[in-house]
Write a protein that binds this ligand. Structure first.
Ligand code: GLA
Length: 373
């Protein structure tokens, strides 16, 4: 028969009592003195459908971003119809867990219904009408969560790779000042909310320069841009840590904060040229492009951990500028990179594996925080 003592001793022998799973250092605790650690959440985390996932998020992260539920097509699918229920659950989840709650995103060219840019006859609307629609959308969505959502990605991905303004319907119909207008409307709807400009690939110099210019102009016009979001959809080669370092420094020099907003590291073979995170990019599926269906080989696991460690070293170096590092997803299983730019691959971009267990990359990220103390 096992006595109480023998159970304790057996547990000590396995290390179970010394390091039970949830007593290990968490991401948010390891980085508490430096910046918040966030995760982008799919609906299952706050709908009650994935209690284990929700517990993992509550334990490890102190900020959240909704993957989809505050995008225009989800929250405002028809001219008269808002669908606030999922977003309400999202905000309640963040409040219950005392998290910094991010709204994503107000003005973007993707995942925005076509009706936004058209009249009843299907003809393109003019500048005044589109500004009115943008205003009313922002007033309704930001206004509903006033004082509860702490920061908003106001404009997402307004730039081309060469640093010029993307010819999105917003830019074409309203003109270049649509960005300033979106910030004005968001500020009016919740003067205390932090407002962000969010973008990918600004680690590359031409796009970074365009982004620095854009932010400089907005600030000069008195637009309250609190931070620039570097999305951080990275792979094993790109960007170099020197590029990340230079990009954070460039924005810090402007006097804005930097958020890393959508961090993940694609470990699969590149199937498209360039380093775009354009959600509309697609590639044909091939078996050679999906080599790790049975698991990530240890040497790749190690390389991913080293890559994460190198990035977090740069983030820590800039801890005065960086307020938050948010991962785009929680576990490898839920990552968008299993289905982009090709459907049905097995990718390993995050810190938790398909069962929600910490990977070597998790340990590496924790170790960087400890080494900095
Ligand atoms: C972009 C968007 C996000 C998300 C990711 C990929 O970076 O900002 O909302 O769509 O792509 O899922």
């Amino acid at each position: 028969m096992m006595t109480f003592q023998s159970v304790i001793l057996a547990a000590l022998g396995t290390g179970a009592l010394l390091a039970p799973l949830h007593a290990q250092t968490t991401l948010k605790d390891a980085y508490r003195d430096s910046f918040r650690i966030g995760a982008a959440l799919g609906r299952q985390f706050y709908s009650g459908n994935d209690p284990a996932g929700a517990a993992l998020v509550a334990a490890q992260f102190d900020s959240i971003t909704p993957e989809n539920d505050l995008k225009w097509e989800h929250v405002h699918p028809t001219p008269q119809g808002f669908n606030f229920d999922p977003a309400d659950r999202y905000v309640e989840f963040g409040e219950k867990n005392h998290m910094f709650i991010v709204g994503h995103c107000l003005v973007w060219h993707s995942q925005t219904p076509r009706w936004v840019f058209q009249d009843d006859q299907g003809k393109e609307v003019g500048r005044d009408e589109l500004l009115r629609r943008m205003h009313d959308h922002i007033a309704a969505v930001v206004g509903r969560y006033k004082g509860r959502i702490n920061g908003w990605d106001v404009v997402n991905e307004a730039l081309n790779e060469d640093g010029t303004l993307r010819r999105s319907p917003w830019q074409r119909i309203i003109g270049d000042d649509y960005i300033a207008k979106a910030f004005e409307y968001a500020h009016e709807a919740d003067p205390k909310a932090e407002l962000y400009y969010n973008e990918y690939s600004i680690e590359n110099e031409p796009k970074r320069k365009g982004c620095v210019e854009l932010i400089r102009k907005l600030l000069a016009a008195g637009i309250p841009v609190k931070a620039v979001g570097m999305q951080g959809h990275y792979n094993m080669e790109w960007p170099g840590v020197d590029q990340v370092d230079a990009t954070i420094a460039a924005f810090a020099a402007l006097g804005v904060k930097v958020n890393i907003t959508e961090l993940d590291i694609d470990v699969l073979p590149r199937v498209r040229p360039g380093n775009t995170a354009d959600v509309n990019a697609r590639a044909e599926a091939t078996a050679a492009a999906n080599p790790y269906t049975a698991g990530l080989p240890p040497e790749k696991q190690r390389a991913l951990a080293d890559r994460y460690a190198a990035l977090f070293q740069v983030f820590l170096k800039h801890r005065d500028a960086i307020t938050r590092v948010t991962f785009w997803g929680v576990t490898d299983k839920g990552s968008w990179l299993n289905n982009w730019p090709m459907r049905g691959r097995t990718n390993y971009p995050l810190l938790f594996d398909r069962e929600g267990k910490p990977k070597p990359a998790f340990d590496a990220v924790i170790a960087v925080a400890k080494s900095a103390r």
